[in-house]
Design a protein around this ligand. Structure first.
Ligand code: ADP
Ligand code: MG
Ligand code: MG
Length: 479
């Protein structure tokens, strides 16, 4: 791995006294403005603690940032079209659902509502397309994945941008603020949910947040809730997990989703993307009930499936985009941000991919059909995993991807607890761009790019889950 050639916003290290004072101030600012989450170790609903964040914004090439911003509406539309292509989803996911029970159950819900006819034909996407920088001298963005369900951190990211503007000013670098782009991610995403609420056209109907049994990332979720209420105080929000939903929800005569006295206009999933969210068949029935209802869903089951890694891999195959994007120059723009993705299906291409990865595992990442971090396989473990499954059908549930080694950049990470342990370290970052899209098979009603987040992790970590405490929230300093 190599150090970045990108210019930093401030020369490091900071002088010791300045650092100590700045870190203390930063922690208090973070707590007072909601750069916070609930502790994993000592969970209680009475407390939050700071979410890990970077003291200074991390440098990011301006041109590549702008490219990511510019391509977002194209990706939104692409996802929308892919999600509405039943034949493509069925063909692409066939080998995966044959062996992966979780994907199969999602697909089964899709088949069910597709056969019955959709009670609500409009889908809402709050998407986040993630990128890392590839190449040292002349770094280019490469897409890591595109999330169509529970795209998180827009709430906290908005605050982190404000924090970095504050801290640069405190350090007497206010001339640099121009390089920290404005970020209104949370208001943009919430405007999408409000737009959907309006389309439902029932002033009394509420928005349902489908949440985990235990929510660590509470501030991010509440930022969304409070922002919706700020933009439109008429809209009430309720929070339920899938287990509560199955015992409390029912469909009305016109397939309205009803919980207690509330008709639900919009269902916003902040859970439901991992097998853990479905401990029993009852939670699966809850997902099906929601899908069968007339409520608007963020996402619908077909949007969820369009965001799987298998679909991402299929879209990256030479020529695949031409089917969905008729303008060749736009298709090439999208292709350019993709990196190598390989199917492990039972055929000669799958065999070739496996041989390639066995020969040089460090050049690849092995990914199952899972979300939420911590599921991918790296380095020598790729050999172990591939050797254990290469003769079995199980391998078709996985995809292989070229591994990106982004440039290293120096910064300070601030975590709860380690006040005295703040030293300059090497990090790599991942940029996420948020988009909203609303529409049905015939028409796209809303398509926007609405903001960004940077997540940064120590150079030594393969994955940077922020909720898991490895990665940290950050914002880009454009150079
Ligand atoms: P998830 O849906 O679990 O977030 P991702 O595909 O985003 O799955 O992978 C999780 C993390 O793994 C990313 O945030 C990134 O840190 C790392 N990662 C994923 N793909 C690559 C890659 N091709 N090269 C390097 N790191 C990767
Ligand atoms: Mg990810
Ligand atoms: Mg994901």
């Amino acid at each position: 791995m190599h150090s970045s050639c990108l210019q930093y916003c401030i020369d490091l290290p900071l002088e010791k006294e300045v650092l100590t004072e700045t870190v203390e101030k930063a922690k208090d600012w973070a707590l007072m403005h909601g750069i916070s989450m609930r502790s994993k170790e000592h969970f209680t609903k009475d407390n939050v603690q700071i979410a890990p964040f970077l003291l200074l914004p991390t440098s990011f090439p301006k041109q590549e940032f702008e490219k990511a911003i510019q391509v977002q509406k194209i990706l939104n539309k692409l996802m929308h079209i892919v999600a509405h292509d039943y034949d493509f989803l069925k063909k692409t996911l066939a080998s995966t659902i044959a062996v992966d029970e979780f994907s199969a159950k999602l697909f089964h819900i899709y088949e069910t509502v597709h056969a019955e006819g959709l009670a609500q034909d409009i889908s809402i996407g709050l998407l986040r397309s993630d990128y890392m920088l590839h190449g040292i001298e002349d770094s280019k963005i490469k897409q890591i994945e595109l999330n169509t369900i529970a795209s998180s951190f827009a709430g906290i990211a908005t605050r982190v941008t404000q924090f970095h503007r504050y801290i640069l000013t405190e350090l007497e670098h206010s001339d640099k603020l121009i390089n920290v782009p404005e970020n209104n991610a949370v208001s943009g995403l919430c405007a999408g949910l409000i737009e959907a609420w309006k389309l439902y056209n029932n002033e009394k109907a509420v928005i349902l947040f489908v949440v985990e049994n235990v929510t660590h990332n509470i501030c991010d979720q509440r930022f969304h809730e409070f922002e919706i209420r700020r933009q439109n105080p008429k809209i009430r929000i309720i929070r339920k997990n899938l287990t509560e939903i199955i015992s409390q929800a029912q469909l009305g005569p016109d397939k309205e989703l009803i919980i207690g006295n509330n008709v639900i206009s919009v269902v916003y999933f902040r859970s439901g993307y991992t097998p853990n969210d479905y401990p029993t068949e009852r939670e699966w029935s809850a997902r099906l009930l929601i899908e069968r209802s007339r409520a608007m869903k963020c996402p619908t089951i077909h949007y969820h499936l369009a965001g799987t890694k298998k679909v991402q891999q299929a879209l990256a195959q030479p020529g695949a985009l031409d089917h969905f994007i008729k303008d060749g120059s736009i298709a090439r723009q999208v292709q350019e941000i993709f990196t190598g993705l390989y199917s492990l299906d039972f055929n000669e291409y799958g065999d070739q991919a496996i041989d390639m990865a066995l020969a040089e595992p460090r050049k690849f990442v092995l990914k199952p059909q899972r979300e939420g971090g911590g599921n991918n396989v790296y380095d020598e473990n790729i050999r172990t995993q591939l050797n254990s499954m290469k003769e079995s059908k199980e391998r078709t549930a996985w995809i292989l991807m070229d591994r990106i080694y982004p440039p290293l950049q120096k910064n300070y990470i601030i975590r709860p607890g380690d006040m005295n342990n703040c030293e300059v370290q090497d990090f790599t970052c991942e940029l996420g761009i948020y988009g909203i899209i609303i529409g049905n098979a015939k028409e796209i009603k809303v398509n926007k790019q609405v903001g960004h987040v940077l997540r940064t992790k120590p150079a030594t970590a393969t994955e940077g889950g922020v909720v898991m405490g490895i990665g940290a929230l950050d914002s880009p300093y454009l150079v």
